[in-house]
Design a protein around this ligand. Structure first.
Ligand code: GLU
Length: 480
């Protein structure tokens, strides 16, 4: 069997978007499942849309996710290099010339203005899908063309779309798809500035880089017949295509880059302290489903289980709650040191920790690892430990606070305050309060908690009291 070679071919127009990241991921999983190669190719021919640092950012976030290319601009295989389209311009010219020589393509000297005027005229006659009128193919004499050439009039190279051809292919996700050549006008292979269009360059690259399978977004489905006609004209085999369905939001609308309700760039997730393994896992479920009920997988498990047959035909919903749930699963599995490394920078940024001991910080972080869904969340989870004073949070807290038993446990606690303030001594004191006051369970625990923190629920009581600090707890107890 030929070795599987797939590619992820972003245009360097910005940071790695969730849609692109998923495309990269499925290509990667497919490649690794079949012991093939995953290639990164940069499609930088749309000069106006390229942004500085776009390529580096793509690389950086692919690496962050653990989707490491076997070949890329920075790790080229000489057999297939270069990996940036703008460095492959000669190759596109060469094949465009071959197509001209074979009568499959021709030079078009029509100016933008002429083309525009003609499309307008077609529209005025009720044509919806306007096509090039083939002036340079059919209605200019040899002499006229030679004259235009001699005068160095800029030209594009257009493909001569065959008549009455059908392009049928078995999409790996959608099954059979078919297009008719009559619906496609003579499109441009090479623009007047010598740069190829996407549909042309992609064929030359996929063939010369020996790409065997192409997984890409469904927006490219209608480009496929254009690409197939070039493969046919050059007598090349087509790779197998698979067009992945859209990612939609909870309102079932296509994710738009302007939609602020869902964070869409890997950089944003990194900044918030999401874990790359969790993102990898989450994205693998966006349009692919495993066999059983389990949803948490290591990279290796995903590589083993991945099957193109289980890619979904219907849109996949981006569920931010599920992402948090998955990320929380990964956070819970971190060692405490890893959790600390993830969250401490967020705490340091939000609060002044200079007066806090290491034990205090560690106790705080230990208390929230189970609950924390992403790094930055530690700031809101822990906010009560950085606030001054006590505010009763709701009616339940107020009634609890008002009970006589609450006053008794609070005063008893103050009377038996530990000599040294730490979690163990506080636990002992709570036991002492139980013994002396006779209160236990809710009146004891909730009573102490509400007096010290204003809340009726929360993490482990002794640790909470420890973190709130001796001064604050004792004065609150005495004031009740
Ligand atoms: N550069 C194209 C894109 O970013 C790649 C399309 C393809 O995979 O063929 O959408």
């Amino acid at each position: 069997m030929t070795k599987v070679r797939v590619r992820y071919a972003p245009s360097p127009t910005g940071h790695l978007h969730i849609g692109n990241a998923r495309t990269a991921l499925f290509n990667y999983l497919f490649a690794k499942h079949y012991h093939g190669d995953f290639i990164l190719r940069i499609e930088d021919t749309d000069l106006e849309r390229n942004v500085a640092g776009g390529e580096e950012s793509q690389m950086k976030y692919l690496n962050w996710l653990g989707i490491t290319p076997d070949e890329s601009p920075t790790n080229p295989n000489p057999k297939y290099a270069p990996y940036r389209q703008m460095e492959r311009l000669d190759l596109y010219q060469k094949y465009a010339q071959e197509l001209i020589d074979a009568g499959h393509a021709y030079k078009c000297y029509c100016s933008e203005e002429e083309l525009e005027a003609d499309y307008e005229a077609q529209k005025a006659q009720g044509v919806v899908a306007t096509q090039y009128n083939r002036k340079c193919l059919l209605h200019r004499s040899k002499e006229e063309l030679a004259q235009l050439d001699a005068n160095n009039i800029p030209f594009t190279i257009r493909v001569r779309v065959p008549e009455q051809e059908t392009y049928v292919f078995e999409d790996m996700i959608r099954g059979e798809v078919s297009f008719e050549s009559k619906d496609i006008g003579d499109w441009v292979l090479i623009k007047a500035n010598g740069i190829p269009t996407y549909n042309f360059a992609v064929v030359i690259d996929d063939h010369t880089m020996e790409i065997t399978h192409v997984f890409r977004g469904e927006e490219h489905l209608s480009n496929t017949p254009k690409q197939m006609m070039i493969y046919r004209m050059l007598n090349w085999d087509t790779p197998k295509f698979g067009h992945m369905t859209l990612i939609v939001n909870e309102q079932r609308k296509k994710l738009s880059k302007r939609d602020n309700s869902i964070l869409q760039f890997m950089s944003q997730y990194e900044e918030l302290g999401y874990l790359p393994h969790a993102m990898f896992n989450f994205m693998s479920l966006l349009g692919w489903s495993p066999v059983g009920e389990e949803e948490i997988f290591t990279h290796q498990e995903l590589i083993e289980q991945f099957s193109e047959e289980r890619l979904s035909k219907s849109p996949s919903m981006f569920d931010p709650v599920k992402l948090k749930w998955i990320n929380n699963r990964y956070i819970k599995a971190l060692s405490f040191e890893e959790f600390k490394a993830l969250t401490l920078p967020f705490l340091n940024k939000a609060y002044d920790l200079s007066t806090k001991s290491e034990t205090w910080v560690d106790t705080l972080l230990h208390l929230f690892q189970e609950q924390c869904s992403y790094g930055q969340e530690i700031v809101t989870l822990t906010s009560m430990f950085f606030e001054e004073g006590v505010t009763l949070e709701n009616d339940e807290a107020e009634s609890m606070f008002a009970l006589d038993s609450t006053q008794v446990v609070a005063h008893t606690f103050a009377a038996h305050r530990p000599e040294v303030w730490n979690v163990d001594t506080i636990k002992e004191t709570i036991n002492k309060v139980k013994e002396v006051s006779g209160f236990k369970g809710k009146p004891l625990f909730m009573g102490l908690r509400v007096v010290a923190s204003g809340k009726v629920h929360g993490p482990d009581l002794a640790s909470t009291l420890y973190l709130l600090g001796e001064e604050r707890v004792i004065s609150a107890c005495l004031a009740r």
